[in-house]
Design a protein around this ligand. Structure first.
Ligand code: 8YV
Length: 326
């Protein structure tokens, strides 16, 4: 029997790649240089499946150019690099990697919140630059975290993980805003209260963004929303670039209209708004919220399992558009 051909669009763990090689003809982008849309189409030609990351865009023109494609397995829980409607129309299955990264990403949300509020990287730069000569009563005095109010925008699995950490570990009051309100049992477990977005922005000492990116969530936080935040508040974005208007954020950080921000994702990443690089009161990390060895391995495994289970057995684990299966 001929083996199905699949593209692995980026470098992944060798042991996961080996599993795929045992059952498929694998075309691996081992150089790990992100493929241009034209290169992606070329490499997808004649493939039944692909393992992608957030860097590869699967859209209508790509699907039209690759009629043999049956499944694209994203190694990410977010899937804004997929045009899901176009994939469904073309009968191409889309899968993602939910659950396996929830707690790790929630941990990182908290790490970024702490680093932002307590000025961890700013103070480290000061020390490394040799500026630390004596103790001072207000040296890098930051914002309190425990016992304050955390506002979470986007209350999916990761948002709930952050809420539990905040409420149970840090004694915080947790407010949240989401497209739909959680059931009473989940609200009780997370100790989180549902409010509208404006109330959340006005009342929170720290705001955390965990909302998926879509046209509707573009610039969820822009100049108007930033103006509602408390003067000493912090803003953390571990969701997606484009959820925050980065240019508007630079402005309020510079004028200290909010205290600080922590950003793991950026509009147009890996490009970063140049002014963000010059303001001191922002912590910047290169999209690493899910980056522990164990979690990244679990994500790669889940994506590979989706390819194997669908192409060999017709039963993917975590389909996004299961209607194409019927
Ligand atoms: C990924 C992420 O590392 O899962 C997601 O949605 O943002 C990250 O965990 C990134 O998207 C690469 O695929």
């Amino acid at each position: 029997m001929t083996r199905a051909a699949v593209l692995v669009a980026r470098a992944i763990f060798p042991e996961v790649l080996d599993q795929l090689r045992q059952v498929f003809e694998v075309d691996h982008n081992q150089d790990d240089v992100v493929l241009s849309p034209g290169q992606l189409r070329e490499r997808l030609l004649g493939k039944a499946g692909a393992l992608t990351t957030g860097s590869e865009r699967i859209d209508g023109p790509t699907l039209q150019a690759c009629p043999g494609l049956k499944i694209v397995a994203n190694m990410a829980v977010g899937f804004n690099n997929f045009d899901i409607e176009a994939m469904t129309r073309a009968g191409v299955l889309a899968t993602n990697t939910p659950d396996v990264l929830t707690e790790t990403t929630a941990d990182f949300g908290f790490a970024l919140l702490m680093a932002t509020a307590r000025r961890v990287t700013e103070s480290e730069h000061y020390l490394r630059a040799g500026h630390w000569h004596q103790w001072r009563y207000d040296l890098f005095a930051g914002a309190e975290v425990h016992g304050t109010t955390l506002g979470i925008i986007g209350m999916g699995r990761i948002g709930q993980g952050i809420a539990r950490r905040a409420a149970h570990g840090f004694g915080m009051r947790v407010l949240y805003h989401n497209r739909s309100r959680l059931g009473p049992e989940l609200e009780r477990q997370c100790k989180a209260g549902y409010v509208d977005k404006a109330t959340l922005l006005r009342e929170s000492d720290h705001v955390m963004l965990v909302v998926p990116y879509s046209a509707a969530s573009h610039h969820t936080i822009g100049a108007r929303e930033l103006a509602l935040m408390k003067p000493g508040a912090t803003l953390v974005n571990i969701a997606r670039g484009g959820i925050v208007d980065d240019a508007a954020l630079v402005q309020v950080l510079r004028e200290r209209r909010i205290a600080a921000a922590g950003l793991d994702v950026f509009e147009g990443e890996p490009q970063v708004h140049p002014d963000l690089l010059t303001v001191p009161n922002v912590v910047l990390t290169p999209h690493i919220a899910s980056a522990t060895v164990a979690t990244r391995r679990a994500m790669a495994q889940r994506a590979a399992d989706n390819l194997i289970d669908f192409l060999l057995r017709g039963r993917p684990r975590t389909p996004l558009n299961p209607e194409v299966l019927t």
